[in-house]
Design a protein around this ligand. Structure first.
Ligand SMILES: [Zn+2]
Length: 333
C-alpha cells in the first residue's frame, strides 16, 4: 500500500514537470540557465525571486521587528500602510516615548506614530501633525491659539513665570491669555496685549486706568502712594478722577490727576487734611460753614472771640450758629 502511494506521487511529479515551465522546476532564480531558456520574444514573466526570508513584522521574544527579504531593519522609520513606525538600533519597534536625534516622539501600544494632542501621565503634549515631533520649550501657535510647552514638553496652564518677575497665564485648556482680565485667587490680574502680566503701575484698559501691585494684583478702594497721597479705585478697579466718592460715610474728591484732594477747596467745598468734605462756602458770610465762630450772650455771631470785649461767649460752627437763628455781628461781617 505504501509503495503504491509513492509510485503515484512520483508519477504525479513527473507529469507536473512536463506541464510547468522549466524555470519554475527548481532552477535557481536568475541563474544563467534560467535566463538562457526564457524566450526573448515572450512577455517577460519576471521570474519570482527565491524567498530570501521573511518580510514585514515578525514577533520575537515579545518584541516586534521589521524584515525586508529576511533583513532586519534598524534605526529607521517604517511606513506600513497609512501608519508610521520606528525601529531602534536593535530593530525593536518602539512604543510610548522615544527619541530620534534628540527629538521626542510617541508611538501607541501598537507602535503607530502619534500626532496632534496627546495626554500622557497628568500632562498634555503636542506632536507635530506632519512629523510627530514633540513641541518643547517654547510657545507654539496651534489652531489659532498659543500654547506654552515646558522643556519636558508638558503643556503649561495657570501662571507661568518667565523670570525677572514677568508672568504669562494659560487657561485650563492651555491657551495663553492676552488683553483680558482674569481672576486668580482673590485678586484680578491683567494680561496685556503682548500677554505679559501688568504689574507695579497703572495701565490703561479700554479707556480706563487700573493700578496693579508689584505682584500684579489689581487694587481697589484707597491706594496709598505715600506722603499722604491717595488714589481711589472703584469695585471694578477703575481709578477715579474728577469725581466725588463716598467712603466710610464721608465724601472725598479725586482731582483731575487722580490724587485725593486734602486741606483744600473743591469748588465751594472744603476738604480737611484727611480728604473728607467738612464744609461748604457761605458766600453771604464769606466763610466756610464749618468754620468756628463765637456767639455772644446777646446771640450775635462773631468771627473772633475778642470782638467788642466779649466776656462770655460760646464757640460753634457757623452752620450751627446760623441754624439756631443767631444774627451776624455787623462789626465782624
Ligand atoms: Zn463781632
Amino acid at each position: 500500500m505504501k509503495r503504491r502511494m509513492i509510485c503515484l506521487l512520483l508519477a504525479l511529479a513527473a507529469l507536473t514537470g512536463l506541464l510547468v515551465p522549466a524555470y519554475a522546476a527548481g532552477e535557481p532564480a536568475g541563474s544563467p540557465e534560467a535566463a538562457a531558456e526564457a524566450p526573448d520574444s515572450s512577455p517577460d514573466p519576471a521570474p519570482p525571486e527565491e524567498p530570501a526570508g521573511p518580510s514585514g513584522w515578525q514577533k520575537e521574544d515579545g518584541k516586534w521587528y521589521w524584515y525586508e527579504n529576511g533583513e532586519k531593519l534598524t534605526a529607521q522609520w517604517i511606513t506600513d500602510g497609512s501608519s508610521t513606525y520606528y525601529v531602534d538600533s536593535a530593530g525593536v519597534m518602539r512604543t510610548g516615548w522615544f527619541t530620534v536625534d534628540g527629538v521626542y516622539y510617541y508611538a501607541s501600544k501598537s507602535g503607530t506614530l502619534q500626532t496632534g494632542w496627546l495626554k500622557s501621565g497628568r500632562s498634555w503634549y503636542y506632536l507635530d501633525p506632519e512629523t510627530g515631533a514633540m513641541a518643547e520649550d517654547g510657545i507654539y501657535a496651534i489652531g489659532g491659539k498659543e500654547y506654552l510647552f515646558a522643556a519636558s514638553g508638558a503643556m503649561r496652564t495657570g501662571w507661568i513665570s518667565l523670570g525677572g518677575g514677568d508672568y504669562r497665564y494659560a487657561d485650563k485648556s492651555g491657551a495663553l491669555i492676552r488683553d483680558a482680565w482674569i481672576k486668580s485667587g482673590k485678586s484680578w490680574y491683567y494680561l496685556q496685549a503682548d500677554g505679559l502680566m501688568a504689574r507695579d503701575g497703572t495701565f490703561s484698559v479700554d479707556g480706563k486706568e487700573y493700578l496693579f501691585t508689584a505682584s500684579g494684583a489689581m487694587r481697589t478702594g484707597w491706594i496709598s502712594l505715600g506722603g499722604g497721597d491717595y488714589r481711589y479705585a472703584d469695585k471694578s478697579g477703575a481709578l477715579i478722577r474728577d469725581a466725588w466718592i463716598k467712603s466710610g460715610g464721608k465724601s472725598y474728591y479725586l482731582k483731575s490727576d487722580g490724587l485725593m484732594a486734602r486741606s483744600e477747596a473743591v469748588d465751594r467745598y472744603w476738604v480737611n487734611g484727611s480728604g473728607a468734605w467738612v464744609g461748604t462756602w457761605n458766600s453771604e458770610c464769606g466763610m466756610y460753614d464749618h468754620t468756628t465762630v463765637y456767639v455772644s450772650n446777646a446771640g450775635k455771631i462773631h468771627r473772633t472771640s475778642d470782638c467788642s470785649g466779649m466776656k462770655h461767649w460760646s464757640s460753634m460752627t457757623l452752620a450751627r450758629a446760623l441754624s439756631r437763628g443767631y444774627k451776624l455781628c455787623q462789626k465782624c461781617f
